[in-house]
Design a protein around this ligand. Structure first.
Ligand SMILES: [Mg+2]
Length: 378
């Protein structure tokens, strides 16, 4: 069974409400739908994380397509590794991972469909019957955040996740209110790289009284040294997120003991196989892995769920993102957590059905919005 063609469609996924985090406010996420067709008519679905503008991701996928066409679809490792070593990708390894993550996802979807098995079974089998997800608090004002946190707690989420890094007064006010709203549930705080080392040490000292389970990526993007300095100075567990992308980053974080937990997505790692390698490195160091979410649809959330089912050193309270969208691209199965959990997906491949009308609308939104990014997202 050989790869016949690769189709790419840039999509804008509109958020239900403005998505507030330390970096900015987002109104939509940009992804690229990847559809890989084989010579015997099977179609695999994947999703590459792009960000606005998505044309670079589309061009990169189309650029590597000739390396995949007419090749055996089962040669996932060889094909993806070969593409990753292309000259332009050698200079932009993170970009390569975000691009190739969606393409590799589509290959796994085909493999699962070809043999009639869900992806997690092809990747070693489930080590748990369900994956636990966090309740992601949304809103701008303290009142909005508090109300949403209360709803998520009532819906049964055991872990509640709140963005901070929005200024000291707002952070203390929001965290106090959310802590009160969720009672004794586990609370994670994520400033998304907003703080310098001294700011992080100061803020974590102030936030400690609200008993956060961990503080996620307090310090700048990709600095393992800054993360380690903060971890050694505070008495709250520290999670690495934007300091860790590749399996090599995971090794370095573990070697330097720079974080208590690693937050990682298959797009960051460079695919489902690469995520497994990264998780294995962390497992050997005794460090748990938490699924990370960029702005994505249920396509990626389903792929991540397969990883969650098969990853031994997975935390509870993992991240999903499709629930933040005006409409998801997936019609079935229902990927809404029940009491914070989603069970086994037993259909072949990713096990999802695409909503073609929703895909069409997202493609149209991208076409209309891409020339005026401020209207749809940065
Ligand atoms: Mg994060």
């Amino acid at each position: 069974m050989k790869i016949a063609r690769i189709q790419t469609t840039p999509l804008a996924l509109a958020f239900n409400e403005p998505y507030h985090w330390a970096g900015r406010v987002d109104h939509a996420a940009a992804v690229v739908l990847v559809e890989v067709e084989t010579d015997d008519g099977l179609v695999g679905i994947g999703e590459s994380v792009a960000g606005f503008p998505a044309e670079g991701t589309v061009a990169a996928l189309q650029g590597v397509a000739p390396l995949f066409e007419d090749q055996p679809v089962f040669d996932v490792e060889r094909l993806i590794t070969g593409a990753r070593h292309l000259g332009s990708f050698n200079h932009t390894p993170w970009h390569a991972n975000f691009v190739l993550g969606g393409l590799e996802m589509a290959l796994w979807d085909i493999l699962g469909k070809a043999v009639g098995w869900p992806i997690y079974r092809l990747l070693g089998g489930a080590v748990r019957d369900e994956v636990d997800y966090f309740g992601f608090v949304q809103g701008d004002t303290t009142e909005e955040l508090t109300e949403d946190a209360r709803d998520l707690a009532e819906a049964g989420y055991a872990v509640i996740y709140l963005k901070v890094g929005r200024g000291e007064d707002a952070d203390l006010r929001n965290t106090a209110a959310v802590r009160e709203a969720i009672g004794g549930r586990r609370l994670r705080l994520d400033p998304n790289c907003a703080w310098s080392v001294p700011e992080a040490i100061h803020m974590i000292g102030k936030l400690r009284k609200f008993e956060p389970e961990w503080i996620e990526q307090p310090t700048p993007l990709s600095s393992i040294a800054a993360l380690r300095q903060v971890k050694e100075a505070v008495r709250v567990p520290i999670a690495a997120d934007q300091a860790v992308f590749t399996p090599a980053d995971v090794y370095e974080i573990c070697r330097q003991r720079a974080a208590d937990v690693i937050v990682l997505s298959p797009h960051e790692a460079g695919g489902l196989l690469a995520f497994g390698k990264a998780a294995a490195i962390a497992e050997a160091a005794g460090v748990p892995i938490c699924l990370h979410g960029q702005g994505v649809s249920g396509i990626t959330d389903a792929a991540q769920h397969h990883l969650g089912l098969r990853t031994a050193n997975l935390t509870e309270g993992n991240q999903i993102m499709h629930q933040l969208l005006v409409e998801d691209l997936v019609t079935a199965p229902d990927l809404t957590p029940v009491q914070g959990k989603i069970g086994l997906l037993d259909r072949p491949g990713l096990g999802i059905e695409l909503d073609r009308d929703a895909v069409h609308r997202a493609a149209e939104l991208y076409r209309r919005g891409s020339t005026r990014l401020k209207k749809v997202g940065p």
